[in-house]
Design a binder for this molecule. Sequence first.
Ligand code: SAM
Length: 246
Amino acid sequence: MRIDIITIFPDYFAPLDLSLIGKARTSGLLDVRLHDLRSWTHDRHNTVDDTPYGGGPGMVMKPEPWGEALDAVTGNAPSVPRLILPTPSGAPFTQADASRLAREPWLVFACGRYEGIDSRVAADAAERMPVEEVSIGDYVLNGGESATLVMVEAVSRLLPGVLGNAESVAQDSFAPGAMDNLVEGPVYTKPAVWRDREVPPVLLSGDHGAVDRWRRDEALRKTARNRPDLLRRLTSEDLDQHDRQV
Ligand code: SAM
């Protein structure tokens, strides 16, 4: 998968050299290209922002450098990327979106700053490529860089070969199928007793059916405790006889 990121802070993406994503880049599974928006400015101060029309506080990112940047990054390619615009006013980013975007060959992320990017940029780009405004949560960050890091990590860990154990994805919180609308329950490792706290005995029983049942029950309990909004989305078909008693 190819990912282009346009930003005024390319250094913000140093973490993409680390860990599994760093390895995926080195092995060629993931081709991440960083672009400094200021390369597409033409004044002495490399200006990327200006005062908002209609007045009000803050500054807005100017359309010209964004238009040129997107033309340069996406223009001469034989295929068309999907443009992702991180913004708190976008549609909520979910695991289902991560799975969907992981099937795309090419994503471009445009990192806003200040009060955001002049809205004509998205409208103009949408004439040539699919454009999505996406929010990573109901809070406001200073810029789209950290939101882009979140989405790039969530998407790229789903690419075949990026994770050591592909099975772990299927058991993660929100995984399509059995974990749809559920969060994962508690997890344990050795030693079996630590500070007088014992690992739940079922996990040491070797009875795989009982372990699966326990994990499902705990996932339901934790979802009820921390994410009642998700639990309400479960339909009666999602629940088996035992689930209803938990
Ligand atoms: N004035 C904007 C609003 O109220 O919707 C907030 C702009 S925010 C200070 C600056 C930039 O941070 C945005 O353009 C966007 O790129 C990014 N950003 C902030 N919060 C975000 C979130 N929850 N999800 C995705 N991107 C976010």
